[in-house]
Ligand binder design. Structure first.
Ligand code: SF4
Length: 314
């Protein structure tokens, strides 16, 4: 049977040759037994993970710590972002058993922290917010001690649909800004930079106790000043945590990789971000928004507690 093209919308795009990876972009191999346990739970529950769908370079390391990021509402996205390796097309109907499947998998893996993300579902009236809410709530009910992080779509043109997710008992609301405003039309054609910022700002207003988080990829053709501007924009939206990582071009049909940033440049960007007042900053070549999310959640809590202590002393 002929395999369907993963990115039919990119078939006629120009070829962008892949650049050789530098030595610092290397996947780590760790405890493979735990890796296969994680894989088994994912497969047995027929779950979709962004780790696999986006071909994440950190999969061996993360899954060896049982840290998988679950992707709900199917494996097919209604958007066609130029950087992303998730399949584009017409999605299938929502799986009404997904809330129970995710909550069971979290229990089975005995996770202290879980990240739940989704594809964009522009085809649904509410963008899938009600389903998202059900998944989070079922996970919370079955795993009262697990901290829950959501990495959401932008819910563009879906009004206040995002608010439904915030009614669930969650700990971190993450929405990635992905790139600088100048590159939005080519990198995220279906999205709007200021709509994404607004979403983050409104999420914080709606649920001040929930941490907000956002991430940017570098190497897409932006410059340093533009990245610093994104930092300022995210702070003005009251975002608590910024992640900065290297863009890796999934195929010759994806957005061209402009350049690899050196680890020292990531340090430099991280230092600048810290001066902007984020509670937490993660900046490294392999940083992804869900990378080390469990440890980072604890760091976020500590940073907030310290800030509150300082405020009380004043
Ligand atoms: S960084 Fe995130 S997407 Fe990548 S393997 Fe780890 S959990 Fe999965």
């Amino acid at each position: 049977m002929k395999q369907k093209a993963r990115h039919p919308e990119k078939v006629n795009k120009p070829e962008n040759p892949l650049k050789k990876k530098p030595s610092w972009i290397r996947s780590k191999i760790t405890d493979s037994q735990v890796f296969f346990q994680t894989k088994k739970v994912v497969n047995e529950n027929k779950l979709v993970t962004v780790c696999e769908e986006a071909n994440c370079p950190n999969i061996t390391e993360c899954w060896s710590k049982k840290h998988a990021t679950f992707m709900i509402m199917g494996d097919t996205c209604t958007r066609a972002c130029a950087f992303c390796d998730v399949k584009t097309g017409k999605p299938t109907n929502l799986d009404i058993f997904e809330p129970i499947k995710i909550s069971n998998a979290v229990k089975k893996l005995n996770l202290e922290h879980v990240v739940i993300t989704s594809v964009d579902r522009d085809d649904l009236e509410d963008g899938g917010s009600d389903h998202f809410y059900r998944v989070v709530q079922a996970t919370r009910d079955k795993n009262p001690n697990t901290s829950i992080e959501v990495l959401t779509p932008d819910f563009l043109r879906k009004g206040n649909a995002y608010k439904k997710i915030l009614r669930a008992d969650l700990d971190v609301f993450n929405h990635n800004i992905e790139t600088v405003p100048r590159l939005y039309t080519t990198v995220r054609p279906g999205a709007r930079y200021f709509a994404s910022l607004e979403l983050l700002k409104n999420a914080k207003k709606e649920s001040p106790k929930v941490f907000t988080k956002s991430g940017i990829m570098v190497g897409l053709g932006e410059n340093f000043e533009e990245i610093v501007q994104v930092m300022d924009d995210l702070r003005s939206a009251d975002v608590d945590f910024i992640t900065i990582g290297q863009y890796l071009q999934p195929s010759t049909k994806h957005h061209p990789l402009h350049r690899y940033y050196h680890p020292k440049e990531f340090e430099q960007l991280g230092s600048i971000a810290k001066t902007k007042g984020f509670l937490l900053v993660s900046s490294s070549p392999l940083t992804r928004s869900s990378y080390h999310a469990d440890e980072d959640f604890r760091k976020l809590q500590d940073a907030r507690n310290k800030k509150l202590e300082c405020l009380q002393l004043q």
